[in-house]
Design a protein around this ligand. Structure first.
Ligand SMILES: O=C(O)CCC(=O)C(=O)O
Ligand SMILES: [Mn+2]
Length: 248
């Protein structure tokens, strides 16, 4: 457990132009929920957001990175493009799972079962991620998609809601590997105030409850803050349920 997760530690969260100080309390899943979790609930009335800082230890991060490299060997990173305009996104992407999220000028935002360049089905979701999903989303049906975003030094992700899933009752589970990223999460309207926190390598964030419909994004990656990736930068993995399960 890194220093960021120490129980009892006071953490400052900047919101509305001033710092709010929160104490890190409680424990869950062998990971500590960070102060952001409590802040969102108490101050912004956003429920169902959980931030577990330092959830994956160093060895687990190395093992998961090897899984990500194997996925990329079978399903190479590509540059997605915006619907209609065809403007490239700053992140590079790939997926594993039965379905993968993608976007391009012709088809827009969607899930599809095959890689847009190779035409091959996406590789399966690695076992460690399947187990993580079961641990943090025990009531949800199995994850069908794992979107892998690679952020180089200038990549970011604008504020958005994950809304292309038919089943939006299951949470989105996010795992960070590599350099720190400044993550923002706001409310259900784009204009709502946003909280910013650093997502570090090994952090897990869960967007469930009404946070499943909250605006969020990545302002920037802080270059050189992690030695995990030889090439630098950051991977973010998001596990998603896409379709409604038969039992619903
Ligand atoms: O990179 C992140 O931490 C967030 C990624 C994200 O929101 C997404 O892929 O939809
Ligand atoms: Mn998202």
């Amino acid at each position: 457990m890194g220093p960021a997760t120490a129980l009892g530690r006071l953490v400052a969260i900047n919101f509305g132009g001033r710092d709010h100080r929160f104490r890190v309390v409680g424990a869950g899943h062998g990971c500590q929920p960070s102060a952001l979790t409590a802040f969102l609930r108490k101050v912004m009335m956003i429920n169902g957001f959980q931030h577990f800082s330092g959830c994956l230890d160093g060895a687990a991060q190395v093992a998961l990175l090897a899984d990500v490299r194997r996925v990329i060997a079978a399903a190479p990173l590509y540059t997605p493009t915006m619907p209609r305009s065809g403007k490239p996104l700053s992140v590079r992407m790939t997926n594993c799972g039965l379905l993968g999220w993608m976007t391009d000028a012709a088809g827009g935002y969607r899930y599809q079962a095959y890689h847009p360049v190779t035409g091959a089905p996406w590789p399966p979701i690695p076992g460690a991620l399947v187990r993580l999903w079961q641990r943090v989303a025990p009531d949800a049906p199995p994850a069908e998609a794992c979107l892998i975003n690679y952020y180089g030094p200038d990549a970011r992700m604008g504020s958005h809601v994950d809304a292309d899933e038919t089943d939006r009752t299951a949470p989105v589970v996010s795992i960070s590997l590599g350099d720190d990223a400044i993550f923002h999460v706001g409310g259900l309207a784009r204009s709502d105030a946003k909280v910013r926190v650093v997502l570090r390598s090994g952090d897990v964030a869960v967007l469930g409850g009404n946070a499943r419909r909250a605006y969020h994004g990545i302002d920037k990656v802080v270059v050189g803050t992690s030695a995990l990736l030889a090439e630098g930068g950051r991977f973010n993995l998001t596990l998603r349920r896409v379709t409604r399960s038969q039992s619903d």
